[in-house]
Design a protein around this ligand. Structure first.
Ligand SMILES: [Zn+2]
Length: 338
């Protein structure tokens, strides 16, 4: 893939213009806060925005020049994620209370080489409330050089006491057309770019990953074929699929979440088709199959399947047993065997 740089005046970020603008103005007028909470679905660009903001805060370009400049020592080190005053936490595994305390100890030190010491906490929604609470004192009495950037899927999963002390930056999905255009500019073939943009749900990070990693779309096909088998099967084969899938996922809840998101987008397409909606389906490559399914089931059944898929997704986040959750879900899916 060619590297087509997104606009530098938007901090090299595709979309999210208002968020960049907001942060830029805050910096320009010396109104930057000491804690930020960037929210939005996975692969939407939260980390990218957090890093760009860290660059803007610590960029060495002279005043009046554009910051981040993407060229100075600080910008380069932050984009490599290896700046001595940048602490990245939680990207590999959910943080425990001791991890949080360690980060805060590091954050309290004087900066080595930059204006600010910055801690970015990834996946903060996965941090247990008690561990989140460890952050409170730092947010109440922050060291003047310390900046905390929290990344989370939603603000509701962050303690209200933490939330209220942070500037919230809620990111929204970006237009599919913007994603498609960017993918085509980067050398992606038009039809493939269209499919990926539609499947991305407005998440640029996901789209880029899908272009780079063929396996992502292969997995999607496999999961949609599995749904076809579920719908064609009676109770017993359905339970078998549920068993296989939950074994395969094991402790990897991200895999099951991914599966359910794929089915959710599919049911949304089926429901749109039931309503004869002129909106193009997300799963454009499966359009005929979606049409055929919509003819065979009632709108109420499509609705119920979509709603059940969504509530199973939420249940997984609250520690539901995956096998039981899938069994229950498959009971609500319509049958096509008759
Ligand atoms: Zn710079």
């Amino acid at each position: 893939m060619n590297d087509v740089a997104p606009p530098a005046d938007n901090w090299r970020i595709i979309g999210h213009e208002w968020a960049v603008d907001f942060l830029r103005r805050a910096l320009l007028h010396g109104r930057n806060r000491q804690a930020y909470l960037i929210t939005g679905s996975p692969a939407l660009g939260k980390m990218r925005l957090g890093l760009a903001f860290a660059m803007a805060l610590n960029c060495e370009a002279e005043a009046g020049r554009q910051r981040p400049c993407f060229a100075c020592r600080a910008c380069a080190a932050i984009s490599r994620r290896s700046h001595p005053d940048l602490i990245l936490a939680g990207a590999d595994a959910p943080l425990k209370i001791d991890d949080i305390r360690n980060v805060l100890r590091l954050l309290a030190l004087k900066p080595y080489s930059a204006r600010y010491r910055i801690a970015i906490f990834a996946d903060f929604h996965l941090v247990a409330p008690l561990a989140q609470d460890a952050l409170l004192k730092t947010l109440e009495e922050p060291a003047p050089h310390a900046i905390v950037i929290l990344l989370a899927t939603s603000a509701e999963r962050v303690l209200p006491t933490i939330r209220s002390r942070a500037q919230q930056i809620p990111l929204r999905p970006i237009p599919q057309q913007l994603i498609k255009t960017q993918l085509v500019l980067s050398g992606c073939e038009e039809e493939r770019a269209e499919l990926i943009a539609r499947l991305s749900g407005g998440r640029m990070g996901w789209a880029l990953k899908a272009v780079e990693d063929e396996a992502l779309l292969v997995f999607r096909q496999e999961i949609l074929d599995m749904l076809r088998d579920v719908l064609a099967g009676t109770r017993l084969p359905r339970m078998k699929i549920s068993d296989q899938l939950s074994r395969r996922a094991g402790r990897d809840k991200a895999l099951l979440r991914n599966v359910l998101e794929i089915w959710q987008s599919y049911w949304r397409d089926v429901l749109l088709q039931c309503y004869d909606s002129p909106v193009k389906p997300c799963n454009v490559d499966r359009r005929d199959e979606i049409r055929a399914l919509a003819r065979r089931i009632t709108t109420a059944k499509a609705h119920a399947a979509l709603a059940a898929t969504g509530s199973t997704l939420r249940a997984l986040d609250t520690n539901a047993n995956p096998r039981l959750a899938l069994d229950a879900l498959f009971l609500t899916y319509p049958g096509l065997d008759a």
